[in-house]
Design a protein around this ligand. Structure first.
Ligand code: NAG
Ligand code: NAG
Ligand code: NAG
Ligand code: NAG
Length: 389
């Protein structure tokens, strides 16, 4: 290990807000594991309440073990036994990585800076990102090779925390270079904490998420999440067209199948969810705007009465995408009964803390998602696990 690396490490460890300080790491100065970018890092809280595993590829979480009401640990997120499938699975379900540079959809893969409702097809400030969704109608999750399919590097690691770095150098057609540090940590009392800090060299949209698929039973005694109880502190959902692109208005959840302001089973109004996640799809794939004004208040709670595992999510994001995974068809991990059984529709619920979707094509919302030198982006979410009786 070089002197430079040692100094860097010392600097990193002595500063608790290191993600805001380490902005000049030379990733080649830090040796990566031989099996990089699929090298596994395991984090365990000192009290043994939570164990999480990650790979550098996509800064992806691959396993998350927490205890059920009987004290038995279960792996409650979807994934692969062979993590190289994160790159090679043609279905590309986006199992638990950091998604960027712009999560969710971008209409026609096009935006302008400053933003406009209908950007002209060309111009000095018009950008086109590869359209990889709905037969080319839009961009999903940052393009063909978004941040979830990039080789992040480890820049800091301890028993309870790991920081990955990704330098996005105008990839996929976005303007300028964005340097992103993603830090995952586990804490006593069953807490997973993920933060991403991103800085840009020129004006660019940034909107990130962590795309985790949850099944709080880990497929023990149940095959789907329809009986999971969900609470979302949001009275508005973004109205979308058939390609899941915002049309401008918000739907008031009152009296609709979107109303989870009082916790209810995800499947409580299942017959009313036909088409909600798009043509030919049953279930949810929608963006709720949080009502909560304080970051410390959990915006979303999910629990299973079967396993007793409960998840409370607090975040600095203004919105959350809830996707009940209609289009899944991928062999399960062994621990979930694979590989002969597949993850299929409603096997899990993806819960994605995010910004207003496609706000860069919806100027009437007046939501500013453009970042530049002097305006960095910070994504912060805590997942707290406990049990219900
Ligand atoms: C969509 O983007 C393409 C360029 O990628 C452009 O030629 C076309 O005019 C755009 N369509 C609309 C409806 O804006
Ligand atoms: C990223 O890792 C993959 C898988 O090992 C490899 O094929 C690819 O060349 C790597 N990309 C870069 C830019 O190093
Ligand atoms: C939901 O639809 C199924 C199949 O169409 C039907 O059997 C069931 O009775 C419906 N449930 C409710 C609560 O309407
Ligand atoms: C599981 O999914 C794979 C990939 O889509 C598919 O080839 C296979 O037939 C599926 N297996 C089952 C049992 O449905």
């Amino acid at each position: 290990m070089t002197m430079k690396t040692n100094l860097l490490r010392a600097a990193v460890l002595s500063l608790c807000v290191m993600v805001q300080v380490v902005t000049s790491v030379d990733p080649t100065a830090i040796p990566q594991a031989p099996d990089w970018p699929f090298d596994v890092t395991t984090l365990t809280a000192p009290d043994g309440s939570i164990t999480a595993k990650f790979v550098s590829f996509g800064a992806t979480m691959t396993e998350l073990w927490v205890k059920d009401r009987d004290g038995n640990a279960r792996d409650i997120i979807l994934g692969y036994d062979d993590n190289t499938k994160l790159l090679t699975d043609p279905a590309h379900p986006v199992f638990n990585p950091i998604v960027g540079r712009y999560a969710n959809r971008i209409k026609n893969g096009t935006f302008s800076i400053p933003i406009s409702a209908d950007p002209p097809p060309d111009g000095p400030n018009v950008y086109h990102i590869p359209t990889n969704d709905h037969d080319g109608q839009d961009t999903l999750h940052g393009g063909i090779y978004g941040w979830d399919r990039r080789n992040w590097t480890i820049v800091q690691k301890s028993k309870t925390s790991v920081t990955y770095l990704h330098i996005d150098d105008a990839d996929e057609g976005f303007p300028g270079t964005v340097t992103a540090y993603a830090t995952h940590s586990v804490e006593n009392g069953g807490v997973l904490h993920t933060q991403v800090h991103a800085s840009a060299t020129e004006k660019t949209p940034i909107m990130l998420t962590q795309h985790i698929y949850w099944n709080l039973d880990a497929f023990q005694g149940s095959e789907n999440i329809l009986q999971h109880q969900l609470h979302v502190d949001g009275s508005r959902v973004v109205a979308v067209d058939g390609d899941a692109i915002p049309t401008g208005p918000f739907i008031d959840v009152e009296g609709t199948a979107y109303d989870f302001r009082t916790a209810q089973p995800i499947g409580a109004r299942w017959n009313e969810t036909v088409g909600l996640c798009g043509p030919g799809c049953q279930g949810y794939d929608n963006c709720w705007i949080y009502d909560k004004s304080e970051e410390e208040v959990p915006g979303l709670t999910l629990w299973s009465d079967l396993s007793g595992i409960r998840l409370d999510v607090t975040t600095n994001n203004p919105a959350v995408q809830v996707y009940t995974a209609y289009w899944l068809d991928t062999p399960r991990k062994q621990v979930h009964g694979g590989p002969s059984l597949n993850y299929t529709k409603w096997s899990a619920v993806a819960i994605e803390q995010e910004g207003y979707i496609d706000a860069i094509n919806t100027p009437e919302w007046d939501v500013d998602q453009i970042y530049y030198p002097g305006r960095d982006f910070h994504w912060d979410t805590k997942y707290k696990f406990s049990t219900v009786d």
